[in-house]
Design a protein around this ligand. Structure first.
Ligand code: CDT
Length: 317
């Protein structure tokens, strides 16, 4: 019998700075009910999806103002209805939030996502590893991208969990641009990578890339899917949020690398695809049979070196 899941990617349009979590949760529940009506088994939401994308602002080191964007408990009073609705409907779901936790005797803050099963249990937690942007106030930018200030680098790695008979993993936004993200999960036989993103079209240090934002979004997720024989589900928070235009293009990608469903708006929108996880095997057993074809003896630099060092000049091979 083939292993199938109907997956809903629940794209969210902009969330205003003043919009309370309770209002966002209502929007998420409306999409969840729509997903159930379309026979979905799992609903995926974007990165940091309970509030506006707050790293675009500098808060003058006002820790209370910063911490107001973070969740101290999950579920919380405000998010409990999401968990209850998923239980009522019998759905898996995944979403991203800013996590504030006490660990190793100190307060820690992560950009986090979780997968929750239909019983309301968290089956996997992920904390974002690749934090883009900058750590100091850079007033020359039209908006800030202060993830390096507000979050620590995730300390959980890229784990894969067996849930609903499928090997599931997660990453978050900027992680999707890095091939190592997918490969570490590929080496755990991942079949479904769930990821959310907030991607402004304008990148102040490299405005020449702006027109390629959608292309790059597809390029990285499609190649990650194909090269690891996995489904990839990318879910945007998009549209003009507090004056900043963010890309949409939420999509579900098959292990062939083909996009099989894509959002066409920059608003709350559900896209749905039936995913047959047995399709992963034809890639994992042939062209990307890691056991047969990977040559780890040639890959040492991947973990030994972080930044690129050019070759010495003048030498011939
Ligand atoms: N949220 C997030 O990771 N966004 C980044 C923006 C990069 S430009 C600083 C992304 O890679 O989409």
């Amino acid at each position: 019998m083939s292993r199938q899941m109907i997956i809903g990617a629940a794209q969210l349009g902009p969330i205003a700075r003043e919009e309370p979590r309770s209002a966002v949760v209502k929007r998420m529940i409306a999409l969840m009910r729509e997903a159930k009506a379309m026979n979905c088994d799992l609903v995926a939401y974007p990165e940091l999806c309970l509030t506006t994308f707050f790293p675009r602002w500098w808060f003058d080191d006002d820790q209370d103002a910063i911490d107001a964007w973070f969740e101290r408990a999950m579920p919380s009073n405000e998010t409990a209805p999401l968990f209850e609705t998923a239980r009522e409907l019998g759905l898996f779901f995944t979403f991203g939030f800013a996590e504030l936790t006490e660990e190793e005797g100190r307060t820690r803050r992560f950009n986090t996502s979780i997968i929750v099963n239909p019983k309301g249990e968290t089956v996997l937690k992920y904390r974002k590893v690749h934090l883009p942007g900058h750590a100091e106030h850079e007033p020359w930018r039209t908006f800030q991208h202060l993830e390096k200030r507000y979050f620590e680098v995730g300390n959980l790695g890229f784990n894969v969990a067996r849930a609903g008979d499928v090997n599931m993993g997660m990453c978050i936004c900027n992680d999707r641009r890095w091939p190592e993200t997918y490969r570490v999960m590929g080496l755990q036989d991942v079949e479904l990578v769930l990821l959310g993103y907030n991607t402004p079209i304008h990148n102040p240090p490299a405005p020449q890339h702006d027109a390629l934002s959608n292309f790059h979004n597809q390029l990285v997720m499609q190649s990650g899917a194909y090269q690891n024989g996995t489904f990839v589900v990318g879910v945007a928070k998009c549209g003009v949020e507090e004056g900043v235009m963010q890309i949409g293009q939420s999509q579900i990608i098959a292990p062939s690398g083909e996009t099989i469903a894509m959002a066409h708006t920059l608003e709350d929108e559900l896209i749905v695809a039936r995913c047959d996880f047995d399709l992963c095997a034809s890639y994992k057993r042939t062209i990307f049979n890691f056991d047969a074809h990977r040559r780890t003896e040639a890959y040492g630099l991947i973990v030994e070196r972080t930044g690129a060092i050019p070759p010495a000049t003048g030498g011939a091979n």
